[in-house]
Design a binder for this molecule. Sequence first.
Ligand code: PGA
Length: 260
Amino acid sequence: MKKKLIIGNWKMYIERPDEARALALQLKKKARDSKKVDIGIAPPFVFVAELVRLLESSPIKVGAQALSPYGALPDAAPDKARTGDVSAEMLKRSGALFVIVGHSERRAVGDTKDAVHSELEQAARAGLMPVLCVGEREREHSGEHFEFVEEQLRSALKDIPKNLLKKLVVAYEPVWAIGKEGSSAIRPELLEEMIIFIRKVLAEVLDRQAALKVPVLYGGSVEPANARAFVDEGGASGLLVGRASANAEQFLEIIRASQN
Ligand code: PGA
């Protein structure tokens, strides 16, 4: 059975460098016992390089929460006059192994679907593992959320050469379930339905074999108490954890729960 992938998205929950170091070291110490899962953490940009060094000898992967849609693409001049932006190349050279792309909190502050597409392509070309987030804002009885997610997937992946997408990870994060109490998370049977749907769309965009290899994670109010149901009953290949990942005990419990 494939290892589950559990990624902690620290958002802005961890604000101080000493806090970031302490959390990373706690995870490093305990991660040795978690052989059945792959673990990733996505700290804010400013902590990435230091945590890469700190976790050098550990299996924990360090990544970033976002990246610039601008940078180098084939047949285009690099677009470097971008104050405040961080490119895929910079992340790669700083030791990041993955990057979250198209998180709903980035889309909400202006990342358009073209930007998300470009970010995904930049990340893939730089050799980073892109974790593409998709998810509807609300659920409709008419089932429009399926179309919404399909459009997010298709527009993000459009025309990106398949050989660049070998490391692709998709995270299904319904916006209505993010940042709430665990009881607001999705029900496992609804998650299972959406994961099957996502794989069907991926099979059309990539191909069946490639689609089966893409890990599809769940994110949205994951807590130690509900984590296991998403992977066991919901069929998720892993979890993208926000708030609970900023607490070592909770994140480690989620890791333990998902490997049993
Ligand atoms: P949450 O965030 O676990 O705090 O709901 C998940 C995410 O936004 O990635």
